[in-house]
Write a protein that binds this ligand. Structure first.
Ligand code: ZN
Length: 76
């Protein structure tokens, strides 16, 4: 089982954790509401956990263009 982080906007893989001992508390998932968790976290058939986050590039773009928060995808 691995935990993979992907940018929710451009889809780039931001990181991968293979540490089985990681708990959702350490990832900050416990701070999310159930709806946010459903929205951000998904599991694939191999048991990997996929977390939608936001990469630095998109974060920067969004800070400059807050309107882009409306869109799921950015065109770079
Ligand atoms: Zn991105």
């Amino acid at each position: 089982m691995a935990i993979q982080y992907h940018c929710r906007h451009c889809g780039v893989q931001m990181g991968k954790l293979d540490n089985m001992s990681l708990h959702s508390e350490k990832l900050g998932l416990h701070k999310l509401t159930d709806q946010e968790r459903l929205d951000m976290v998904s599991y694939d058939t191999s048991g990997d956990i996929h977390i939608k986050a936001i990469c630095e590039d998109c974060h920067e773009s969004l800070e400059r263009n807050p309107d882009y928060y409306q869109n799921d995808y950015l065109i770079h």
